[in-house]
Design a protein around this ligand. Structure first.
Ligand code: AGP
Length: 607
């Protein structure tokens, strides 16, 4: 998730406005920045790795001539956050500049094709293929608009992109497929951006560009065309009545809620990861002597869930370990035959990195799953996978958790395939269900949110909660518990439901809230008796169950339904979403700020 911005001014220099627009998009990505303008038939470009203020201090991003230009603030997905991979990217002759937010899935094939006809690539990014494809089409005599149309028709994946060329120095051509793109209008200027905050202080007249559309900006205004049939789309600007802070949250009151609702998109991104790294990681896991899954907090819960995935799908035993206990618990036994998959959204958590250091000293094989390219974990890992969730601003991890689960499920499935532990039919079924996960997440958010708000109003005054699940749902319950504790400051306990009668059930008294995570899987029967145990002692029972599961609903005081057909192994990805939202709404009812919970930091860089 990056931020793109472009502007054409009737009078004045575009660069200061591009700089300011990118600054307002910095929450979308902040590991490198760049701008390109056209002035007197020449292309001017400034870019470097680092945060906008730091790069500006060295390069002065306001000082580039020209009334037309584009810019980009980056969240690395392909290619580490170095200057060479910063946008804008150019063609062989530096006459075309491109900025892009999204993932070009077929970039490797396109790059090879272009290199075979003599194109020289400068970066490791997917985006650079766009500049060279446009160059090819311009060489064939296409206009810039048609060259961009021909180019995007060859791209697989997601994109919001803007292209400028000295051949047609009076226009910016943009296109959108999934990644957001908006146009802002004033009498003196026209802007394109990834998000409304970028130009909101300049204008509140915005045109939303839809999927599969191309838009041309010029002094005359804007023209939208459908890429499919090239028809013109007459769309009027809308009046946006947000204040800048609200805009950064896209109209959501908090980053956490925005990030909860981003999960359908971020889950789609996890289904577009680079094959070769997933395959390589699967290779290492397959030949490992023993496998540890090590992480802290929410990421540890992803490891806990993954231990069920690897065992049930690929018959691989793994040890999920809390980072701060790794050295104490396994420090002496870790050795050259050990393979350790470290999971950390920030890639900078001190407890996890000190476990990495110990494992490194014992010659173990280090693998990494993270959300931040260029983070320490990516630099110390033999192989790492970047989960593509984009920056997460809310301290409470939400979208990064479900993305971690999606990646870990894909690894387990690949390992099962590699080891021949599942029939082709079962593999195909699970693969197709994995592809449906983003849509099901969308359905849950659309159909259950109002209900969850009401449940929060009913339960927010309770002084303590139990979160229970069996099997892989213990991980889901554990994550639900952590969310409630860390942002609502309500004591909560999570444990495998089968443990209740070995102690915790003594806490139960009338009205004590117990939340059960009960997908329709092998544990369905046994968890019903656990519900009845609690109910018999007066507990208030709230269940998360499959749509139409009357047996479970009949035992509960309240229920939240998840669409049918979610395979057990994938259930944490979806069943956790209502628990994230419940924690969020209970936090509001208790009058706390969900984004900045007390005593916590987004990345815990101290041991
Ligand atoms: C989760 O909501 C918390 N922010 C915290 O537990 C977090 O998961 C933990 O600090 C690990 O962070 P990491 O994934 O960046 O390593």
């Amino acid at each position: 998730m990056c931020g793109i911005f472009g502007s054409i001014l009737k009078n004045g220099e575009a660069a200061p406005l591009i700089h300011a627009g990118l600054k307002r998009l910095e929450y979308r990505g902040y590991d490198s920045v760049g701008e390109a303008t056209i002035h007197e038939g020449k292309l001017f470009l400034k870019k470097d790795a680092g945060k906008i203020d730091d790069v500006h201090a060295i390069l002065n991003l306001d000082d580039i001539p020209g009334r037309l230009g584009i810019g980009h603030t980056r969240w690395a997905t392909h290619g580490a956050p170095y200057k060479i991979n910063a946008h804008p990217h150019t063609d062989c002759n530096e006459e075309i500049a491109v900025v892009h937010n999204g993932i070009i899935e077929n970039y490797a094939d396109l790059k090879l094709e272009l290199e075979n006809i003599g194109h020289i690539f400068k970066s490791k990014t997917d985006t650079e293929v766009i500049a060279h494809l446009v160059e090819e089409k311009l060489k064939e005599g296409f206009s810039l608009i048609d060259a961009v149309r021909e180019t995007v028709n060859r791209l697989d994946g997601s994109y919001a992109l803007a292209v400028i060329s000295i051949k047609e120095p009076d226009k910016i051509v943009c296109a959108r497929m999934e990644s957001p793109l908006v146009v802002g209008i004033t009498n003196n200027a026209i802007y394109c951006a990834s998000d409304i905050p970028a130009f909101l202080p300049l204008t509140n007249k915005a045109v939303i560009i839809e999927n599969g559309e191309l838009v041309v900006l010029s002094d005359e205004g804007y023209e939208i065309r459908k890429l499919a049939d090239w028809t013109v789309v007459p769309r009027q600007p809308e009046k946006i009545d947000w204040d800048p802070e609200m805009a950064e949250k896209q109209g959501y009151p908090h980053f956490m809620l925005k990030e909860i609702y981003e999960q359908p998109l971020t889950l789609r991104n996890t289904l577009r990861l680079q094959e070769q790294y997933l395959e390589l990681m699967t290779e290492f896991l397959d030949r490992a002597g023993e496998v540890f899954l090590v992480a802290a907090g929410t990421s540890y819960h992803a490891c806990l869930a993954a231990s069920y995935m690897f065992s049930k799908l690929a018959f691989l035993a793994t040890h999920p370990i809390i980072s701060s206990e790794f050295v104490e618990q396994h420090g002496k036994s870790v050795n050259i035959d050990s393979t350790i998959l470290f999971v950390s959204q920030s890639g900078e958590t001190a407890d996890t990195l000190s476990a990495v250091e110990h494992a490194h000293l014992r010659a173990a094989t280090l693998l990494g799953l993270t959300n931040v390219i260029g983070s320490t974990l990516t630099r110390v890992s033999r192989v790492y996978v970047c989960q593509q969730s984009g920056p997460e601003i809310g301290v409470a991890a939400t979208k990064t958790f479900t993305s971690q689960l999606s990646v870990l499920a894909q690894l387990a499935l690949r390992l099962a395939k590699k080891r021949g532990k599942m029939s082709h039919v079962d593999i195909e079924v699970l693969e197709s269900r994995l592809k449906q996960i983003p849509d099901v997440a969308e359905t849950i958010l659309a159909t259950q949110s109002e209900k969850i708000k009401q449940l929060a109003k009913k339960y927010y005054e309770r002084q303590c909660f139990f979160f229970l699940g069996r099997g892989i749902s213990w991980a889901t319950a554990s994550e639900g518990r952590l969310k409630l504790m860390e942002i609502a400051y309500v004591p909560a306990i999570a444990f495998p439901a089968g443990e209740s009668k070995h102690g915790p059930i003594s806490l139960i008294e009338s009205g004590f809230p117990v939340i059960f995570v009960c997908p329709k899987d092998d544990t369905h029967k046994t968890i019903m008796s656990n519900i009845m145990e609690m109910k018999a002692r007066g507990a208030s029972i709230l269940v998360l169950c499959e749509e139409g599961d009357e047996e479970i609903k009949g035992l509960a005081d309240d229920f939240i339904e998840i669409p049918k057909g979610v395979p057990e192994i994938l259930s944490p990805i979806l069943y956790v979403i209502p628990l994230q939202a419940l924690a969020y709404y209970i936090t509001l009812e208790r009058g706390h700020d969900p984004d900045m919970p007390r005593n916590l930091a987004k990345s815990v860089t101290v041991k």
